[in-house]
Design a protein around this ligand. Structure first.
Ligand SMILES: *Cc1c(COP(=O)(O)O)cnc(C)c1O
Length: 419
């Protein structure tokens, strides 16, 4: 099959979702203005891009960059640094910074993302490595209901005097449930603060940045954390994470990142300020392209009779698109198509392997400029029923579209062979 034929099918699907794209453009415009204004208000200047080294006391570039991120997230304070190595690190710091012995952490979106389980100590992971449980911090969770909503009744039952913080994961994080929209986060925050005002609400904001016009702190959350090699770095950032929130809690987080005596005051920028600010500047557009790509994938495969989630018309809260392909062969074909569409490593053939920390074999397609960056076009799937592939990213909408067409081509060729 020619790529032309696959592209024709994709073009046709694209034609029918133009109205959906207009809504996405509106959110992009709003967020573009938000980041621009933050840069102007903080008088970002060329001199801020110079590298600092060593302790970097009073590093102006770092301080301006952090104020810009704080303004964009509507936070009092934001830590944005290359010393935070990933989203997992950022989320861990948020938890470790604020929780104390005998406190309880209650997650109301089920268990957090896989890599956070050891930070908490779920299933004895992270034991003796300084998990929260090692320090006598307790953990409990309430799963999302089948319809993807927070189970408020159970949450009320679980909130007692020991609950210091509630944890919310905004993205679906590869579970089959829907992600939490800002509106749902707002409802959850109001419900929790209605029970006890002093409960700290923390949000794992990974994959959620710039999907909507508002971010979680604007609807009452206290702390958010995320990765710069996902949405907010706009594909230009080579490493880093952020945590944002109120001054009192952020001071504790900063003390955990460095140490209590130096908290925010030390941390060389290592020359990242240009990419951190330019990436943030590009992020609304990059994210909107990735969402359009996800919606397009949903439409293409829905038209062909596949089960997809979220659906085309669903309100989105992350950039992940799941397609239920139904067989291992199709998963491999899909991932091969995505890999062939990458600018880097297009000649590599992805295959399923036993990834540490996962029960099933996992296949991953990614040819990235930045290793592991999932704001770039990528796809992955655990090899288990019902054989769902998860696609995300694309630094441009057009790249994401080509990726979908190339994945479709591989799938159709496979179907052709099978008659
Ligand atoms: C990616 C992700 C993380 C972890 O971020 P890393 O940068 O991969 O460490 C945590 N939570 C969610 C929902 C994520 O998507």
């Amino acid at each position: 099959m020619e790529l032309e034929s696959a592209l024709k099918i994709v073009d046709k699907a694209e034609e029918s979702i133009k109205d959906r794209f207009k809504e996405i453009d509106k959110v992009c415009e709003c967020n573009q203005y938000k980041v621009l204004k933050a840069m102007q208000d903080n008088r970002l200047a060329l001199r801020h891009f110079s590298e600092s080294t060593g302790y970097a006391y009073g590093d102006e570039g770092r301080e301006v960059c952090e104020r810009i991120y704080a303004d964009v997230f509507r936070a009092e304070v934001c830590l944005v640094r290359p010393q935070i190595v990933s989203g997992t690190h950022a989320i861990s710091l948020m938890l470790q910074g604020v929780l104390r012995p005998n406190d309880t952490l209650l997650s109301i979106t089920g268990n957090p993302y896989d890599t956070i389980l050891a930070t908490i100590g779920v299933n004895n992971l992270g034991e003796d490595l300084g998990s929260l449980m090692d320090f006598g911090i307790k953990y409990d969770k309430v799963d999302l209901k089948d319809d993807g909503n927070v189970d408020f009744e159970k949450v009320r039952e679980k909130i007692d005097e020991s609950v210091k913080a509630v944890f919310i994961q905004r993205s679906s994080g590869y579970k089959d449930t829907k992600a939490l929209t800002i509106k749902k986060i707002e409802e959850a925050v109001q419900f929790i603060k209605g029970i006890r005002e002093d409960i700290i609400v923390m949000v794992d904001n990974c994959y959620g940045e710039f999907i909507e016009k508002k971010e979680p702190l604007e609807v009452g959350a206290d702390l958010i954390a995320g990765s710069l090699i996902k949405n907010p770095g706009g594909g230009l950032v080579s490493t880093g994470g952020y945590i944002a929130g109120d001054e009192e809690n952020m001071k504790k987080v900063a003390a955990r990142l460095s140490s209590p005596s130096i908290a925010f005051e030390v941390g060389p920028n290592l020359g990242v300020i240009r990419s951190y600010t330019q990436g943030l500047f590009m992020a609304p557009k990059v994210v909107s392209g990735a969402i359009k790509g996800a919606v397009l994938t949903a439409k293409v495969f829905e038209n062909l009779g596949y089960n997809v989630f979220p659906k085309v018309e669903d309100k989105r809260s992350d950039i992940i698109q799941a397609v239920e392909l139904g067989s291992e062969e199709k998963i491999k074909a899909y991932c091969l198509g995505i890999q062939k569409a990458c600018a880097v490593d297009c000649f590599v053939e992805p295959y399923p392997w036993d990834m540490p920390g996962y029960d099933d074999k996992v296949i991953m397609a990614a040819g990235n400029f930045i290793e592991g960056s999932s704001i770039e076009l990528s796809a992955d799937a655990p090899i288990r029923e019902p054989y769902i592939v998860y696609q995300q990213g694309g630094l441009t909408y057009e790249h994401s579209k080509i990726g979908t067409a190339m994945a479709l081509k591989e799938i159709m060729e496979l179907e052709g062979e099978n008659g």
